[in-house]
Design a protein around this ligand. Structure first.
Ligand code: FDA
Length: 389
């Protein structure tokens, strides 16, 4: 006999299970994978960027931008940090409020499993769910038998990184119970390019620099990286979550600098230098070598008209590029869209029209910025559901 069945032993499912279990609920936690929390293990380059000191609701994307506010306020980054401290896990701030384990992501998973054990959670792995139905109670059929409970939590995440066992299963069950789903899309994902843009980018694969990447009103000042398919790096991943097909990306390759003034100053002080030499002082050498011949003649700076320098400066401050697409779910760190928040209570994640049905974590249409925000959403939403299961 169980009080709740939680589908998905990832970040959000483990948190919901431990919380409900420690409140005395009998919880069954099911996962089709052979081990729990696989994304936790590979996260943050193996060190798990488990939260962010600057976590705030405006750093999450959703069709309802206020939805995440309640859960994030009720279980904050400080609450999770306190849990991490209680388990004696050493951590550090890397940059921009991002907290990582000093040791390994395994410590975060071990902590969550210990918390689940403390709540008497019955964790069963390698269970393939074949059907979910509801009469008086929810019934979950698996290849290892059927289970019933009055509450069911969808914590199976989104389809990003399918090779880790990620699926869109939560959406199927949600639709089956009449909950709408905001069309899912890859987010925090490298952008791909075609034609002339790709011809320029491909040979630059591996070149990284600081930039400001802008899409619409969103802008991120972080590193970007050229790849053999286009662009990646934190600034690009962040911007990708805001991108829709056909939209242009604008890159400032000299953040905080007056490019026109720097180029004109170079011309005045070193009239005999070639433009490429000057540009290589402002940008990585390979990028300077690729961009200069496209925009300036191979003449001493003294012979280059100011208007040509100004045109190049304008390009360096706002290089407009239209991505052809993204690298898709295979490379997406998270999934944008998901179960429509309009159908859920923001306080406890319960479906308004189906009492006892809950959705938490990445399965829900709440997508955080890069930098620990998505785990914080998993902890906060899992905890919120765990309070009422
Ligand atoms: P999660 O995906 O963690 O868990 C879902 C669980 O459901 C899995 O155990 C899966 O096996 C199971 N499941 C799926 N389908 C099922 C089915 N049909 N039946 C049964 N079980 C099923 N975020 C962050 O904040 N900091 C970071 O450092 C990183 N780093 C990072 C690196 C990489 C490479 C990726 C891909 C992602 C990140 N993330 C991240 C994002 C973060 O991993 C993600 O937001 C959370 O894991 C989401 O937690 P959930 O519990 O919702 O899903």
């Amino acid at each position: 006999m169980f009080d709740a069945i939680i589908l998905g032993a990832g970040a959000a499912g483990l948190m919901a299970a431990a919380t409900a279990g420690q409140r005395g609920r009998r919880v069954l936690l099911l996962d089709h994978a052979p081990e729990p929390g696989r994304k936790i293990l590979i996260s943050g380059g193996g060190r798990c960027n488990f939260t962010n000191l600057q976590c705030a609701p405006d750093r999450f994307l959703s069709a309802n931008r206020h939805f995440a506010r309640s859960a994030l306020a009720r279980y904050t980054q400080q609450d999770f940090i306190a849990l991490v401290r209680r388990h004696g896990i050493a951590f550090h701030e890397k940059t921009l409020g991002q907290l990582f384990c000093d040791g390994s992501a395994r410590q975060i998973l071990a902590m969550l499993l210990a918390e689940a054990r403390a709540g008497g959670v019955d964790l069963r792995l390698g269970h393939r769910v074949t059907a979910v139905t509801r009469s008086a109670r929810f019934r979950v059929e698996t290849d290892h038998g059927a289970f019933e409970a009055p509450a069911l939590v969808l914590a199976t995440g989104g389809p990003s990184i399918p090779k880790l066992g990620a699926t869109g299963f939560a959406y199927e069950v949600a639709r089956q119970f009449g909950l709408p789903v905001v069309p899912p899309r890859p987010a925090l994902v490298p952008l791909t390019f075609e034609g002339e843009a790709l011809a320029l980018m491909r040979p630059l694969s591996g070149v990284a620099l600081e930039c400001i990447a802008r899409i619409g009103r969103a802008s991120f000042r972080e590193a970007m990286l050229f790849t053999h398919r286009g662009l990646s790096g934190p600034a690009i991943l962040q911007a990708s979550s805001y991108w829709s097909p056909g939209e242009a990306l604008s890159l400032d390759l000299l953040p905080g600098q007056d490019a026109a003034a720097r180029l004109r100053e170079g011309k005045r002080t070193r009239p005999r230098a070639e433009p490429r030499t000057l540009l290589a002082e402002l940008l990585p050498q390979r990028l300077a070598a690729a961009l200069t011949p496209l925009h300036l003649p191979p003449k001493p700076l003294a012979e280059v008209p100011d208007r040509a320098l100004d045109a190049l400066a304008a390009l360096l401050k706002a290089w407009r590029l239209t991505p052809a697409g993204t690298e898709g779910y295979a490379k997406a760190e998270v999934t944008g869209g998901g179960i429509d928040t309009a159908a859920l209570s923001s306080r406890d994640m319960q479906a308004k029209s189906v009492p006892g049905l809950f959705a938490v974590g990445e399965a829900v249409d709440v997508t955080g910025w890069l930098g620990g925000y998505n785990f914080q959403w998993a902890w906060s939403s899992g905890w919120a559901a765990g309070q009422v299961l």
